[in-house]
Design a protein around this ligand. Structure first.
Ligand code: WT7
Length: 648
């Protein structure tokens, strides 16, 4: 493309979805494939508020990823908050940016003008506390507007935020603080969720006990409970933010400057801090949000995820705000005070786009249709789902009952690593099918491969890979590029491996079948079996443990633990509770084991490797279909385990 056509740097993101039918979709996909640089440069120059417009697209490739992270738009400079806030002030200053609904039903509306002011003040306050460009800040909060304000305030400074989901334990929080070397922690006294309080400040204090990098803790008051206080370190949000400088110039950042680090679980070891960078991430966030959901100016858009996960980053905060949308932040749960909560909100706020997870859809469907039908849902136009495969029954309930057969369902497949949606219907363009994420977005070239790396053409099944870089993908693992390369490019050199299995039908539609590695997806929460196992063996009475997933009707997957006790250790009645307490302490409240089976030993190969395939089969209730177990060191263990399996 021509370098430097004079485009005003602060363009209005007035952006109807250009992909209105399947023909246009194919045309866009074709162009993004044939000329990725031209396609994405044009896109980003039009829809992102660059300070210096980029003239180069992709540099680097999956083949030379081991030499260093690839880059997009490397000669551009920007501050993402100008795309999310400043450029909307003129035309959308009085439009609601964040529509917050609290646990008890209280509502706060923050206009783009008000949000801009609060972000500037929070940025000034953080700067006064010592936070500088490139430094890390941990955000450990519930779903309050200040969580988004804190993220944007960090971005305004050019500091790198790492949001840690409020369910994580002190130990998990401490690991993340250490790994990214954060010196500032932003938290709140307590979070509120479903009528319960979550003691965030107390957990944060525990995470900082002993030697800690943390120099300052900024604390938002949410419930007013008395909390422990470390003078000189702890600072109340209300003491410093409202009085901090109202003006805070957005610090210019290179396109590849990190915007955030977000930790996610893998098959092995501790969670990895995936690094997303300013230019490419924002380009992908706004593009996918605008096209997939077919965003319109008057939409009331509600993604009911938590900002602690990538969905919250991309589709509550960065994507919607870059598009000048009204984005809902929801503090509560789908079942508080009852299973009508979402639909009550839809009626009261006239929500047009709702984005949730299959686990919530299944849980609500199980409560009966009356909770839905008693509310007016005529405002709804697009219904999104994300996080795990959606079974056709849940899909149909979402379509028929919630959407009254009128709304488009967008089943969006993506990952923390991909930054944003990769395979999904584009609301007005793609004919949907219950249970299929349908087709790849422009810029995404999926491939199915056999475990040996052979590409499967046409209809078939295989390991889901992506063959070409796209702007939104994570660039590296914080502090460990080698781990990034090994994890994602080690399986098939030159190709990104997602960890998912997938089927493609005769029409080229993709049907994700779930993880093929040792990653669990429990109620949309991603956790590594290795994390559970290391928590379990930390219990005194446990000698060995192996954890696998098994199908669970609501949560998608349940957690099944095979436990070998220490010789002589008694199997006490409260063993399950004790083991769960270990997992809660090591990981967090969301890490619950559903079933514990005590076994005399684990099935191992002669080289000592635990054969999880066998354990998975038994947990699924298919212990009679194990196939060849002759490579086991002691095949009799399998009989004992099979005999101990109980159909619950
Ligand atoms: C894993 C990524 C993407 C934001 C939330 C989860 C599974 C995600 C779908 C979908 C089938 C899906 C995959 C993926 N997944 N969306 N629409 N259909 N599976 O992000 O925690 O990084 O987890 O979630 O297994 O690998 P994450």
């Amino acid at each position: 493309m021509e370098p430097s056509t004079p485009v005003p740097p602060r363009v209005r993101a007035d952006s109807p979805n250009p992909i209105t039918d399947l023909h246009r979709y194919r045309e866009h996909h074709g162009r993004a494939t044939a000329d990725p640089d031209g396609f994405w440069l044009a896109e980003t120059r039009l829809h992102v508020a660059w300070q210096t417009l980029p003239t180069v697209g992709l540099q680097g490739s999956f083949h030379d990823i081991a030499e260093g992270p690839l880059s997009w738009f490397a000669d551009g400079t920007l501050n993402v908050t100008e795309s999310c806030l400043d450029r909307h002030l003129e035309d959308r200053g009085d439009k609601v940016a964040i529509l917050w609904e609290g646990d008890g039903g209280e509502v706060v509306r923050l206009t783009y003008r008000a949000l801009h002011e609060q972000v500037c003040r929070a940025a000034s306050a953080l700067r006064d506390l010592g936070l500088r460009k490139g430094e890390r800040a941990i955000i450990y909060m519930g779903m309050v507007p200040e969580a988004a304000i804190a993220m944007l305030a960090c971005a305004r400074i050019g500091a790198i935020h790492s949001v840690v989901f409020g369910g994580f334990s002190a130990e998990a929080l401490r690991d993340r603080i250490r790994d990214c070397g954060a010196e500032i922690l932003i938290t709140q006294d307590q979070a509120l969720r479903g009528g319960k309080t979550i003691p965030l400040k107390q957990t944060a204090d525990a995470a900082c006990e002993g030697e800690s990098h943390i120099k300052k803790v900024l604390v938002l008051q949410r419930t007013g409970v008395k909390v422990g206080w470390t003078p000189g370190r702890d600072v109340w949000w209300h003491d410093v933010v409202p009085t901090a400088d109202r003006d805070h110039e957005a610090v210019p950042c290179d396109a590849e400057h990190p915007l955030f680090v977000l930790y996610t679980s893998g098959s092995t070891g501790k969670p990895k801090g995936l690094v997303h960078t300013c230019g490419g991430y924002l380009t992908w966030a706004q593009y996918t949000h605008r096209t997939v959901f077919d965003l319109r100016e008057e939409d009331v858009y509600a993604c009911v995820a938590d900002v602690g996960w990538i969905t919250g980053h991309t589709y509550i905060v960065y994507g919607p705000l870059a598009n000048g949308a009204t984005t809902l932040m929801f503090e509560s749960t789908p079942t508080y005070p009852d299973a009508g909560r979402y639909w009550d909100m839809v009626e009261r706020h006239k929500i047009t786009i709702l984005y949730t997870a299959p686990t919530a859809i299944r849980a609500l469907a199980a409560q009966g249709d009356a909770f839905v039908t008693q509310y007016d849902r005529s405002s709804l136009r697009v219904l999104g789902t994300v996080g795990e495969p959606i079974n056709p029954d849940a899909w149909r309930w979402y379509f028929d009952v919630v959407g009254e057969g009128r709304c488009t369902i967008v089943d969006t497949w993506w990952q923390t690593e991909t930054g944003g949606i990769c395979i999904s219907p584009i609301a007005p363009a793609t004919p949907t099918r219950a249970g299929s994420a349908t087709l790849p977005l422009p810029g995404i070239l999926p491939a199915l491969r056999t475990p040996e790396g052979r590409v499967v053409y046409g209809p078939g099944q295989g390991l889901l890979c992506i063959e070409q870089p796209w702007p939104g993908q994570a660039r590296t693992v914080w502090g460990d590029h080698e781990r990034f390369v090994g994890t994602y490019f080690g399986m098939f050199p030159g190709v990104y491996f997602t960890g998912d299995g997938c089927r493609r039908d005769t029409d080229g539609y993709y049907w994700i079948t779930g993880r093929v590695d040792d990653v669990l997806n429990v109620a949309g929460h991603r956790m590594g079996t290795a994390e559970f196992e290391s928590a379990l063996v930390s219990a005194d009475q446990v000698a060995e443990a192996a954890v696998v997933g098994y199908p669970h009707p609501i949560k998608g997957q349940g957690v099944y633990a095979y436990v070998v006790l220490q010789p002589g250790a008694p199997a006490t009645d409260d063993l399950d509770a004790q083991l769960n307490a270990c997992c809660r302490a090591a990981i967090g409240a969301h890490a619950r084991i559903d079933r514990v089976q005590l076994v005399p030993g684990l099935p191992k190969t002669r080289s000592g490797k635990v054969m999880r395939r066998i354990l998975r089969k038994i947990a699924e209730g298919q212990g009679d279909q194990l196939g060849d177990v002759s490579t086991l060191a002691d095949p009799s263990v399998v009989d004992a385990i099979r005999a101990g399996w109980v159909d619950e």
